[in-house]
Design a protein around this ligand. Sequence first.
Ligand SMILES: Nc1ncnc2c1ncn2[C@@H]1O[C@H](COP(=O)(O)OP(=O)(O)O)[C@@H](O)[C@H]1O
Ligand SMILES: [Mg+2]
Length: 365
Amino acid sequence: MKINNLKLQNFRNYEKLNLEFNDTLNIIYGNNGVGKTNLVEAIYALSLTKSFRTSNDKNLIRSGEVSTKIEGDVIKNTTNNYQVIINKEGKKVKIDNDIISKVSDYITNIKIVLLEPEEQMIFKSSPQNRRKKLNIEISQLQKDYIIYLNSYNKTLKQRNFYLREAYINSNTSRDYLDILTHKLIQYGKKIYEYREDFINKINEYINEKYHEIFEIGDLKVKYISDYKDKSEDDIFKYYNKNYDREVVMGKTLSGVHHDDYIFLLDNKDIAEWGSNGQQKNAIFAFKLAEIEIIKNTTNDYPILILDDLFSALDNKKIKNIVKLLNKDIQTFITTTELERLDKKILKNAKTFNVLDGEVKESIYE
Ligand SMILES: Nc1ncnc2c1ncn2[C@@H]1O[C@H](COP(=O)(O)OP(=O)(O)O)[C@@H](O)[C@H]1O
Ligand SMILES: [Mg+2]
């Protein structure tokens, strides 16, 4: 999968921009604050309809403007035109000029794997943020996943509402609660299965990838879920047993909305025990494993974005790491330090020199 070009209108600090990409390596370089991350953020948003660094779409609109448009042609088996348009009223997405109303029909098309400096924060972050990342990764691959997630969240809201009602009024119908509980378990089980399958697949590759970065130790990801190894019956009984407590608390106390995952290096939680470098490389190994999963599932490589390469990766290992990049994967690297990249790697790469809202393209020789 390759993105041929990118057209921006009033996106972040770009008023108008038109870029043609190389189908192997693209290097975006320039000083701090000139708009390098904005460029890869646009590619990411073209794929997933949202940014990785703001949850408010309106921040993507250039200051003083009322709307933004991101557009690009992407080759898979066929070449298609994708558009994401954001204005004050909301967001519209189009493929070949047709409006796509279901988000799951859009975001499963352009596969992106992103590595950025903030990624390492997942070790310090909340389970909610970790689930968010996992959800995005799985949503790109499985159309149904996002539908189950939405159904689960809707049922969860209804169930929580019921529990709060039951606290005030002891005559509320238990039959209705049971229906909601069964629905919750049914959707939750599906989500559980997708997550477990994804993490199992990550574990097929992650250790080998970690060793390719020349790190020693045994790395794996452990999935933690209330639904783990439980039948629907077991889970239902468990909810029943906790009913009184749930009514007092006014919320559903277990389920896949509490799921989490941790990285284990030699069976120790890397968030607690790992060095900075080990953590960075573990995340990169995860991303490399994700690339393999996408390749195996779709028979095509995703687009790879390495934002702020030298801070996203462990400095000592950077030479080995860049060598791992496969020529078949279209890659975008942003950096302030072009000269730190190996000349051999740069050969034939396309470079984009960003100077505050303007971009100069050339081929490195
Ligand atoms: N909505 C926006 N409108 C105009 N400028 C913006 C907007 N959002 C961010 N910027 C500007 O973009 C620049 C940051 O771009 P960024 O891509 O993060 O830089 P870097 O090159 O360091 O990666 C800042 O100068 C910031 O003021
Ligand atoms: Mg940046």
